[in-house]
Design a protein around this ligand. Structure first.
Ligand code: OXD
Ligand code: MN
Length: 602
């Protein structure tokens, strides 16, 4: 983590004149905004976050004192703490998340919309006086390596110490970010209050044209750590469209072969499809000499450089990962990373006061995520969407290039979804425009990361359905526009780790073994391997996926790679219907791509 020299400035709130006179920043636009918000929300005091580790410690002490954090076993889990959220505040709330563009059509059928004036009026009503008796934290933060021209800045105002502490772990926050904000004069305004944690007074509002966010009534990461989904995806995707880059729901991973050649891939999967596991993959025993480097596990910002090479940075500095399922086998690096300096949210606890979650594979829960005595009839001990927050530096596989201002060159873009059938283990799009269609057609079975029914197949284009801050039709047009801007664009692929057999058993072992599929992807990009050309794309020849040492017979591999033309024809009809729901704005080019494939499948 960057080191910050200045100390925290704690200023008691007295009156508006106090704010007008007290310069906590030389940037007028920022001090005016902070003063206006203090006037509106009436906090007891204001704390400008400096980003020092001492400051983080004071946040922790404060929360321990107030019961917002509980200390876990410090011998085995040093600096690890547990936060139990309100039981009704455990996930993102897509039905309460709005993109308030001036014109409804600009937010698109993919978003909830409210006129900005109406949304602001309602939110101002909620925020009025809501910080009385609380501290208002002003958090200047940088998304991306400090000082990189690809990075962007924001300031979050919040009344939650938990949010301030999480922002310390998840972003580069504090004095250095503030200096750069003062230098550039531009920042995203994010206003947050946990309010009363009342689901009926909970909204996450985005104003893309004004580059601002208002979030009220939830303390959950995706709703409250505004640097993440709200800024780095919804607002940034809009900014990216106007500025000619891409803000995507993608992990970034570096694959190093035994010869020392590294390829970087950016991969988009809907929530809880194993993004964190793929980003932190450990090569299996069979792959001696291979190394995998994590750059990011959730978000990628990608720009074309002067040579037309797509380069990616991870705007985040920490991991906010799903805990259940994490163990020494599935994700050893994450398992290690979360054994110190971690905030756990909504996990269970053992008799030794250690954190516990489903599939941890050691220990037994005695207290569930709500603090109740645990018995097996209670169902889940840890909440299925329980989370860890940890600095990315804790990950033993963290790439030093994650801090590089120029980012990393991307060889391949990979889309994926959770599909029981239909989608083969891997296939390659024929060209960029086809790849955009492949991305736009991503569908996945729903999970617990968002409230709502679990296990339903829903369309989740580019895994951005909950995160695109403008009309998807315009977003696809923006993606398509890259074709003319570079001849060196990455190749585009689709993977499905989740295909099952007739008995509902997974056909592919997944986890570390996914490296075998990534190898095929890289070989394709390097022109080292032939493929079969089918209407849906290029498919591996069965002998091209190395399954040596795996319990995957040629017959199983054939099932994994099978493409059922009838099923795909049906799928293409459904994709067509979905795309048509975007009406006139749907790019002609996407329609043509779709039509060509549909006809080839007939
Ligand atoms: C996340 C999500 O939390 O995608 O990353 O829901
Ligand atoms: Mn995500």
């Amino acid at each position: 983590m960057e080191s910050f020299s200045k100390v925290a400035i704690l200023r008691p709130y007295q009156s508006s004149t106090f704010y007008a006179g007290s310069m906590t920043t030389r940037l007028k636009a920022l001090s005016n905004w902070v003063n206006d918000i203090a006037e509106l929300t009436k906090p007891d005091q204001i704390h400008w976050c400096t980003g020092t580790s001492e400051e983080y410690d004071t946040f922790v002490q404060e929360m321990l004192g107030g019961g917002d954090l509980l200390e876990l076993n410090q011998d085995n889990y040093p600096d690890c703490y547990l936060h139990r959220s309100d039981p009704k505040d455990v996930a993102r709330v897509e039905h309460l998340t709005y993109v308030c563009s001036e014109n409804e059509i600009d937010s698109g059928p993919n978003n909830n919309w409210m006129p900005p004036t109406k949304a602001k009026e309602m939110m101002m009503g909620f925020f009025s006086g809501c910080m009385q008796g609380r501290t208002m934290y002003v958090i200047p933060y940088c998304m991306g390596p400090m000082g990189s021209s690809y990075s962007r800045y924001g300031v979050e105002i919040t009344d939650s110490t938990y949010v301030a502490a999480n922002m310390y772990l998840m972003t580069r926050m504090g004095n250095e970010a503030l200096s750069n904000i003062e230098e550039t004069g531009s920042f995203i305004k994010g206003l947050h209050s946990i309010g009363e944690l009342d689901p009926d007074r909970r909204y996450i509002m985005h104003f893309p044209e004004e580059l601002s966010i208002m979030s009220y009534g939830s303390g959950y990461g995706g709703n409250a750590l505004l640097g993440k989904k709200c800024h780095a995806l919804r607002i940034a995707s809009y900014q990216a469209q106007t500025e000619g880059w891409l803000a995507e729901h993608m992990l970034i991973v570096g694959i190093e072969n035994p010869e020392g050649e590294i390829h970087y891939l950016a991969c988009a999967f809907p929530s809880q499809c194993g993004k964190t596991n793929l980003a932190m993959l450990i090569p299996p025993e069979s792959h001696k000499g291979w190394k995998v480097w994590t750059l990011g596990d959730d978000i990628a910002w990608m720009h074309l450089d002067n040579e037309g090479q797509l380069r990616a940075i991870n705007p985040e500095a920490g991991l906010f990962g799903v805990v259940p399922g994490t163990n020494r086998k599935t994700n050893p690096n994450a398992y290690d990373a979360i054994s110190s300096k971690t905030i756990f949210t909504n996990v269970a606890v053992t008799a030794d006061n250690e954190p516990w979650w489903e599939d941890k594979e050691t220990g037994q829960p005695v207290t569930d995520w709500q603090g109740r005595p645990y018995t097996s009839e209670n169902g889940d001990a840890a909440h299925p969407n329980s989370r860890f927050t940890v600095s990315a530096q804790n990950n033993p596989g963290y790439s030093s290039l994650a801090e590089a201002a120029e980012g990393v060159p991307i060889t391949a873009l990979v889309f994926g979804g959770r599909r029981r059938g239909l989608a083969p283990l891997v296939y390659q799009a024929k060209d960029w425009a086809h790849g955009v269609l492949v991305g736009a057609s991503v569908a996945s079975e729903t999970t617990a990361a968002a409230t709502g029914e679990v296990g339903i197949v829903r369309r989740d284009p580019m895994a951005m359905k909950p995160f695109c801050g403008y009309n998807f039709a315009d977003y696809w047009e923006h993606w398509l526009s890259f074709e003319k801007r570079s001849e060196k664009l990455p190749k585009i692929f689709h993977v499905n780790w989740f295909r099952r057999d007739k008995n509902d058993r997974f056909l592919w072992p997944g986890f570390g073994e996914n490296l075998r599929v990534l190898r095929w992807i890289i070989d394709r990009c390097e022109g080292r391997v032939e493929a079969d050309s089918l209407p849906i794309g290029f498919l591996p020849k069965v002998e091209s996926i190395d399954v040596s040492g795996l319990d995957v017979s040629p017959d199983v591999l054939a099932q994994l790679l099978a493409v059922d033309t009838k099923e795909w024809h049906e799928e293409m009809l459904q994709i067509g219907e979905y795309l048509e729901s975007y009406g006139d704005r749907l790019p002609e080019r996407l329609k043509t791509e779709h039509q060509t494939i549909l006809e080839a499948l007939t």
